[in-house]
Design a protein around this ligand. Structure first.
Ligand SMILES: [Zn+2]
Length: 476
């Protein structure tokens, strides 16, 4: 839906005065749901705990981790969006655990996926700019599962997810695609080739909500869904985009007209529906193959998207705001048809411990996350950051954002002010104390290692040419 930019000021980017405006929220009240107690009572009923143990499966379940790049939670129906962007995901949520307050560690593909696949906070894995690769001694999830006998498959959109940063480690098969159409061909092939005697881990990363293929002829890394999705929510939406060279649109940092915002949002939403319709087809295939009911399925995103709503362009993926960091998170348990909403705060660091548990592997006490299928603490301080611009602690509903360059700290109550329009200035030293207390309890991991430029320098150059390295720059 279109937003009036005048009501969505840049709380974390304005030099002095906090913004003001309507405090009305389109988001669902978290109080409308039962929380974890009912969930746990259900899941823990009986002797076996949750997951495969409860089902008495003779072997560990297969696992699908699906990352829908750039999907902000509040544009998903099950999280309260009015448009029919996600009929498939909404139905899937009805039989999954739905985490109402899932936080991404960073509004950037590289950092966030490294957290998703290591279970570590950004400052722990250290892959916080394009110059770094994961330390050889730090295990990726695929390595852990491969050692446990899993077949490991990574199907990904090539950009920041790349062997260059260590994302390929532990995958028997690691293959890139340029679009969801190509991903479909790869998926069919890998499913046909699976060894039915062993469980598999499939990491599936789709980029089509963000944009089409990154190539120099393309208009830039921005919403490019095919017909009829490009006109599904606003007829002729692409004609409403700003009159500027297409490649510049992504990097434009000014205000958009309300028509342009309407067009941008409609195209973004069309891309979501395009991917959602594709997933419906894929999941029907998984079901036909008899895989779905024996699989742990986790569906999430790496970060959200700003959609220009703060009058500050679109290329920071929403920065420190919730539109940048609040991500959908659905967990579908093997063999169970559980539809429950969890209001306890969750984070992408929780995915690896959850998968280790489902796979029957021992917990790794050095990981900061919790197991999503067990009772989560109702309050837990969680971290997010973008090394170029901000550090953050979210202790729901309190969000503390430290703006590094401005040396300012702002506190927002996300229940009272979900659009982050007001805020309260805090002493930065209080923020340091609060964040330091969280960091103190976290294990140290080997530092990241420099990317091998002689092997991978060309990719970085190509991303820079496309403007996609704009991910690095957010000012928020
Ligand atoms: Zn991304």
């Amino acid at each position: 839906m279109a937003r009036d930019p005048a009501t969505m000021l840049g709380l974390y980017s304005l030099p002095s005065e906090p913004g003001s405006g309507s405090m009305k929220s389109r988001r669902r009240s978290s109080r409308a749901h039962d929380g974890v107690r009912t969930l746990l009572a259900l899941l823990l009923a009986g002797a076996g705990g949750v997951g495969c143990a409860e089902q008495q499966h003779s072997r560990a379940p297969s696992i699908l981790l699906l990352s829908l790049d750039t999907l902000r939670a509040d544009h998903v129906g099950t999280f309260g969006y009015e448009r029919e962007t996600t009929p498939f995901l909404d139905a899937f949520a009805e039989k999954s655990l739905v985490f109402e307050h899932a936080l991404s560690p960073a509004p950037w593909t590289l950092i966030s996926h490294m957290t998703m696949l290591t279970g570590l906070y950004p400052h722990q894995h250290g892959v916080v700019t394009g110059d770094w690769a994961l330390a050889d001694a730090t295990p990726l999830l695929a390595q852990r599962l491969s050692r446990a006998g899993y077949q490991t498959i990574g199907l990904y959109y090539e950009g920041w997810i790349h062997a260059r940063h260590g994302f390929d480690r532990g995958f028997d098969h690691f293959e890139s695609h340029a679009s969801v159409r190509e991903a479909e061909q790869h998926l069919e092939r890998v499913l046909d080739d699976l060894d039915p005697a062993r469980p598999f881990f499939l990491f599936l990363h789709l980029f089509d909500i963000h944009c089409g293929p990154l190539d120099p002829e393309h208009r830039g890394p921005i919403y490019d869904c095919p017909a009829p999705y490009d006109s599904m929510f606003v007829e002729g939406a692409s004609e409403l985009l700003p009159d500027m060279p297409e490649g510049k649109l992504w990097l434009y940092k000014g205000d958009f007209s309300s028509d342009a915002l309407r067009g941008l949002t409609a195209l973004y939403d069309g891309g979501i529906r395009y991917v959602d319709d594709t997933l419906r087809r894929w999941f029907a295939d998984l079901e036909r193959r008899g895989l779905l009911e024996e699989m742990l399925v986790i569906i999430t995103s790496d970060h959200g998207e700003s959609l220009g709503q703060r009058g500050n362009g679109i290329n920071d993926h929403g920065g420190a705001y919730q539109e940048g960091l609040h991500v959908p998170l659905l967990v579908h348990l093997p063999g169970q048809n559980v539809g429950r909403r969890v209001v306890a705060p969750a984070h992408l660091v929780d995915i690896v411990p959850t998968i280790l548990k489902a796979a029957g592997l021992p917990a790794d006490a050095r990981l900061p996350g919790r197991i999503l299928t067990e009772e989560l603490p109702p309050a837990r301080p969680l971290l997010a950051e973008n090394p170029a611009s901000f550090e953050m602690v979210v202790d729901w509903p309190h969000k503390y954002v430290h703006l590094i360059a401005a040396r300012r700290t702002i506190e927002v109550d996300l229940e009272e002010d979900p659009e982050e329009l007001v805020g309260r200035e805090l002493d930065p030293s209080a923020f340091e104390h609060r964040r330091g207390a969280v960091l103190e309890g976290l294990a140290a991991w080997p530092p990241a290692q420099p990317v091998n430029e002689s092997e991978y320098g060309e990719l970085e150059e190509r991303l820079q040419e496309m403007g996609y390295a704009g991910d690095v720059r957010g000012e928020d």
